[in-house]
Ligand binder design. Structure first.
Ligand code: TGC
Ligand code: FAD
Length: 395
């Protein structure tokens, strides 16, 4: 049922992994076991992102690990990248979120749409965790429909001037570079690398979160922020380019959700074996066994989905609609598993000494960000019917 390192593997996926992929998973798993799990409950309660992890994970080249070695990245397979996300989210969704934003939402677009100078300037430092990035797409009045963004880019002498507000931005106030998406005067969305020290730029943290508390989430305000032409991403032209970054992050989330669910299942299983009620372990009751079997079945299905998606990505044949299915399914699965685990833990389950409640609270965010469950339903609905059900038809 488990691999040599104790990882949940009911369907024997482990032998399908390469030696490097297993090594990567086990290395990250050990870091998470020793350096994340023992302290994450306290950090979450305090509302603090464990920032020292950035350099620690960077030293292992875990950021943007599927990007090429020539830019200081690890050049790993997409399966290995997914396993990194799985292990990080087994610790906490906020830690995985940091890595997703850094690698998939900032390093990937710099790699895919940046100039050679921009790649050389940012990718090695970001891979090493020496520089932090954030990704500003969502706005107070434009989340699921980013095409309705109000942030504007005006051409000025030598570059651009940006005006607008971005909302819910992970790592917003600790970033060394903000990738901001704005609509130019011709109505085309473009991506800009903004130095947060530029006059007119400010970041304000959101402190009232009851989810994702061990993660920095900020509002970004841009008032006539000047960006040099060489800081515009030359290939980041059109909303589709912003959406292509989301595909990369959603891929990692499909794996990460498996990690969060696994942590909850393993905790609930251990507790159920030990906890005595009515003179016997609660694991000896049919209801608890059914709950555990349902949890394991759901996790195993999600593992297989993530694994095959990874092979498709490595083969270069993955479609973004397949990523939508995996993100939608796996995150909702993890949310159900976390809530079931919390139930099995009884009253103890509401404390942060156990992990299920924290994961369940975090997964509420994960279910919403990177495309809500409903948005992915509509992406898939459009794919299979050919009919767009998002909004009013164009007049
Ligand atoms: P639509 O007509 O669908 O698309 C415009 C063009 O883009 C292409 N496209 C994609 N390409 C790659 N990957 C994707 N996921 C793509 N989705 C669409 C599409 O083929 C089209 O290309 P072309 O050549 O035909 O022009 O545009 P729309 O305005 O109708 O979009 C609708 C919708 C709902 C699919 C899209 O806007 C959407 O995905 N909305 C959800 C927004 C979202 O997920 N925001 C996430 C913000 S970042 C975040 O949450 C970070 S959380 C931290 C963490 O990751 O841990
Ligand atoms: P809305 O779009 O207003 O949706 C509200 C509700 O309406 C949802 O249930 C939605 O499913 C439903 N809905 C919307 N449209 C339809 C429709 N057509 N049919 C049926 N139902 C519909 N964004 C970034 O750009 N960068 C980040 O780093 C980032 N990090 C985040 C971190 C956290 C912790 C959170 C919570 C969010 C983050 N986001 C980030 C924003 C996130 O992507 C958005 O919250 C998400 O896309 C949803 O947008 P919204 O909150 O505006 O909800």
């Amino acid at each position: 049922m488990t691999t040599g390192t104790g990882r949940l593997d009911y369907f024997g996926i482990d032998p399908l992994l390469s030696e490097d992929e297993r090594l990567t998973r086990d290395t990250v798993g050990r870091v998470v076991d020793r350096e994340v799990i023992p302290r994450i409950g306290r950090a979450w309660l305090a509302g603090e992102f464990p920032r020292d992890l950035v350099q620690r994970l960077g030293a292992l080249r875990l950021f943007g690990a599927n990007l090429p070695q020539e830019y200081g990245c690890a050049g790993m397979s997409n399966i290995a990248y997914g396993l990194i996300m799985q292990e990080l989210e087994r610790g906490d969704s906020g830690v995985r979120s940091f890595a997703s934003v850094q690698g998939a939402l900032v390093m990937y677009p710099i790699f895919a749409y940046g100039s050679e100078e921009q790649r050389r300037a940012w990718l090695p430092a970001m891979a090493a965790g020496e520089k932090i990035g954030c990704f500003g797409l969502t706005e107070p009045n434009a989340g699921s429909d980013p095409g309705a963004m109000q942030t504007r880019a005006r051409r000025v002498s030598g570059g651009w001037a940006l005006d607008g507000t971005k909302m819910w931005i992970t790592s917003g106030s600790i970033a060394d570079v903000a990738l901001v998406w704005a609509k130019a005067e011709d109505g085309v969305v473009r991506g800009f690398l903004v130095d947060p020290r530029t006059p007119g730029f400010s970041a304000h943290d959101i402190h009232t979160k009851a989810s994702m508390r061990a993660s920095v989430t900020s509002e970004l305000v841009l008032e006539n922020v000047r960006v040099r032409e060489e800081d515009a991403l030359p290939g980041a032209v059109g909303l589709g380019k912003a959406l292509s970054c989301l595909t990369q992050a959603r891929y990692g989330i499909a794996w990460g959700a498996v990690g969060a669910a696994t942590a909850c299942y393993e905790e609930a299983l251990a507790y159920a074996r030990e906890r005595i009620a009515f003179g016997r372990p609660i694991a000896a009751t049919q209801i608890i066994q059914e709950r555990l079997v349902n949890m394991l079945s759901e996790i195993t299905t999600a593992q297989l989905l993530a694994y095959h998606l990874g092979r498709l990505k490595d083969a270069g044949t993955m479609r973004y609609t397949q990523v939508s299915m995996a993100k939608r399914n796996n995150v909702r699965m993890a949310l159900r598993v976390a809530r079931e685990a919390r139930t099995i833990l009884g009253g103890y389950g509401i404390t942060l000494e156990y992990h299920a409640m924290r994961h369940a609270a975090n997964l509420e965010s994960v279910d919403t960000y990177e495309g809500t469950y409903d948005v992915h339903t509509l992406i898939l609905g459009r794919d299979i019917t050919g009919i767009d059900a998002f909004g009013a038809p164009e007049s």
